[in-house]
Design a protein around this ligand. Structure first.
Ligand code: ADP
Ligand code: ASP
Ligand code: MG
Length: 408
């Protein structure tokens, strides 16, 4: 007998028929003698609808109230799934994050989990029940409802698995595992049987939304056995996220291509080239709680320099406003911006022992006439910023260049 946490994403519970199918799958695991805790997302599209609704009332909704609204999506699916289980004779009980209780900090809309009380869940599991928990939500020390950021149900699933010391956390979604790149963009993408935590962390942080980044961090930290599988197929081992590289296998140099459309670039032209400038520009941006990704400062000439950085596209207008103010203080020449850029990245632990990966990537892009605007590298990834119109082409070309469409 094993204790398994299964998380079902929005598409997997997207309509009553699918919810009934999830119930049948969960019942099968129970019939095999396993204890199951199920974490569900809101029905697909529901969280987007709730956010849009909030924005019709307020252009900049109060974060506490926004969480109050957004958390309702998952409250619907836990109730429906528990009903579906009872309908087929399986005892089940649903819990909101607060009822569990999943204690978080009070950073509304992107709260972090602090602790999980497992007592209610244990009691129900021991009584032979299926426990159904709302993903994406928790409660702070003052009893306020909080949410964990978009895609946060993955993190709920992994955190519950860690708290319960579950044998495995299974993330059921609309693809049958982690692929070499998003199979919606490159149909030739291949499913990976295993991927290391390190690579999965990079892929998630560089835009592969198949797993929320925090869920991967959590699984790595608490040694949760994490697997991604399809909720639409009965067969298949999915993709196992592993701690170690498979020493028996020749590591591919690149494991995957990740991309992110959600990017924007800002440049301050003609900044006086003297100490403290980066701090003055980026300090003001950080104070406004805007995350900065890539940064480039050009070599100075005529005593001035150009300073560029990228932010999330949603923060573009706000960052532009801040730079206009800083420009006046610094006596810089001009602020320019581009919110039609994207970031494409090649990820792989094999890169460590193989020089020349970057030049191969740059040549492949050059051969297609794709201009690289910014570059950033780490030990196991190379990222480039490109005009958004090249996104699909660049992903396909790099996927092919690194031989990812061929089985190994
Ligand atoms: P869920 O609603 O189940 O949480 P998501 O939409 O959040 O599902 O994540 C699954 C989607 O992630 C897939 O449909 C796929 O388009 C996308 N995706 C992006 N990169 C990858 C990748 N490397 N492997 C698999 N899926 C990916
Ligand atoms: N429903 C939330 C979202 O759409 C959480 C999740 O699906 O993981 O972001
Ligand atoms: Mg998701």
């Amino acid at each position: 007998m094993a204790l398994i946490v299964q998380k079902y994403g929005g598409t997997s519970v997207g309509n009553p028929e699918r919810i009934k199918n999830v119930a049948k799958r969960v019942a099968r695991f129970r019939a095999q003698g396993h204890q199951v805790v199920v974490v569900v997302s809101a029905m697909s599209g529901e969280t987007n609808k709730l956010i849009a609704l909030a924005k019709e009332i307020s252009a900049n909704p109060d974060p506490r109230e926004l969480d109050q609204v957004c958390a309702t999506g998952e409250q619907v699916t836990i109730g429906l799934l528990s009903m579906a289980l009872k309908e087929i004779g399986v005892p089940a009980r649903s819990y909101t994050g607060g009822q569990v209780k999943v204690l978080t900090d009070n950073t509304f809309t992107k709260a972090r989990i602090l602790s999980i009380d497992e007592s209610n869940m244990r009691r129900d599991l021991d009584a032979g029940m299926i426990v159904v928990v709302a993903g994406f939500q928790g409660v702070d020390a003052d009893g306020n409802v909080t949410t964990l950021g978009r895609g946060g149900s993955d993190t709920s699933g992994v955190a519950l698995a860690a708290a319960l010391k579950a044998d495995e956390c299974q993330i059921y979604t609309d693809v049958d595992g982690v692929y070499t790149t998003d199979p919606r963009v490159v149909p030739e993408a291949r499913k990976l049987d295993t991927v290391t935590f390190e690579e999965m962390l990079e892929m998630a942080s560089l835009g592969s939304k198949v797993l929320q980044i925090r869920s991967v961090e959590f699984a790595g930290k608490y040694k949760v056995k994490l697997r991604v599988l399809s909720s639409f197929q009965d067969e298949g081992e999915g993709t196992l996220i592993t701690v170690e590289e498979d020493k028996n296998m020749e590591q591919p140099i690149i494991s995957g291509i990740a991309f992110n459309r959600d990017e924007a670039k800002l440049t301050m032209l003609g900044v006086p080239d003297k100490p403290g400038i980066a701090y003055q520009i980026l300090g003001a941006i950080a104070e406004a709680n805007i995350d900065v990704d890539m940064i480039i400062q050009n070599v100075g000439h005529d005593g001035t320099t150009d300073f560029s950085f990228t932010v999330n596209r949603g923060d573009f207008a706000k960052a532009q406003g801040i730079l206009e103010k800083v420009k006046a203080e610094l006596g810089a020449r001009q602020v320019t911006g581009d919110n039609k850029i994207c970031k494409v990245s090649a990820v792989g632990v094999g890169m460590r022992s193989h020089p020349g990966v970057a030049s191969k990537m740059f040549k492949a892009l050059a051969d297609e006439g794709i201009n690289i605007q910014m570059i950033s590298t780490s030990e196991i990834k190379i990222s480039v910023v490109l005009d958004e119109k090249y996104l699909e082409l660049a992903v396909r070309v790099l996927h092919r260049t690194f031989g990812l469409d061929q089985s190994i």
